[in-house]
Design a protein around this ligand. Sequence first.
Ligand SMILES: NC(=O)c1ccc[n+]([C@@H]2O[C@H](COP(=O)([O-])OP(=O)(O)OC[C@H]3O[C@@H](n4cnc5c(N)ncnc54)[C@H](OP(=O)(O)O)[C@@H]3O)[C@@H](O)[C@H]2O)c1
Length: 271
Amino acid sequence: MADDPSPSFADRYGPWGLVLGASHGIGNAFAHELAARGVSVVMAARPDDGLDAAADAVRAAHGVEVRTVEVDLIADDMIGRLAPATADLDIGLLACVAGGVDSVGRFLDHPAERAERLVRLNCLAPIRACHHYGSHLRARGRGGIVLISSLAGVFGTDGTVAYSAAKSFDLVLAQGLWAELRPHGVDVIGLVLGNVRTPTLLASGLRHDPDTFPGMEPDEVARVGLDRLGEAPMWVVGDDNRMIYETLRTLPAVDGIDAMSAGVRAQYGWD
Ligand SMILES: NC(=O)c1ccc[n+]([C@@H]2O[C@H](COP(=O)([O-])OP(=O)(O)OC[C@H]3O[C@@H](n4cnc5c(N)ncnc54)[C@H](OP(=O)(O)O)[C@@H]3O)[C@@H](O)[C@H]2O)c1
């Protein structure tokens, strides 16, 4: 986390940031990183998931104002809950982070509703939030939006069919918004992540011992992501992940799909 808050960051992206999916994992790290940079934070997550304790921790660590909003992001009325709860705040940064829940498992081995929930969380919720808060950012002529993609979104993959499709959507959504909002002083970035050691990933049925499973730490992702905001429409976080991303993009589709699918099978111990 940044110990030396940059006033220019808070001027540009404050006074308030809104993090969707902030009670644990990468979203929680974004809440801390924003607060460390002097931005007050709205932390949104589902009810009864430790949100209040997570908010107390951000307040105690950084001394900024923190507000919580309990909202199920896959619900049709998610903006109907978020908008009134933030109407009195000048939101300068939106980070749409929640997305990894139930991302692994073969498409036809689960009800279609499971895949639909992934699309709601990763696609519909960011669309709705970007439309609502993006209008405010465009009108005030400055601010930022962070969307989260994944190496899993580079190719369609056996075992993460809907998740990979949704993560591909997130990256392209970020790129389009970057192009549309750049002339209005609003920075948008799509972050491409590899494995990050979050509660969601570590509980996802990995074949490996979660204690030693390799991956980036959430706070590094948040720090790099916010450092890169305003510099580029997308960023692959982590040197190793950037190499993997560049290699994947040189492959013919069949080879890329096979490589990604073999990786998921190995990670989860499937045949
Ligand atoms: N971890 C990785 O290895 C990895 C790799 C690549 C990309 N990513 C992406 O990074 C993002 C964050 O991943 P993560 O691993 O930190 O876990 P995550 O499960 O996507 O996010 C956790 C946060 O989102 C909240 N959340 C989940 N579903 C919600 C819902 N329906 N409504 C409101 N809040 C909800 C969680 O609260 P609850 O307690 O309610 O669940 C928690 O605060 C995701 O978009 C994921 O796709 C992760």
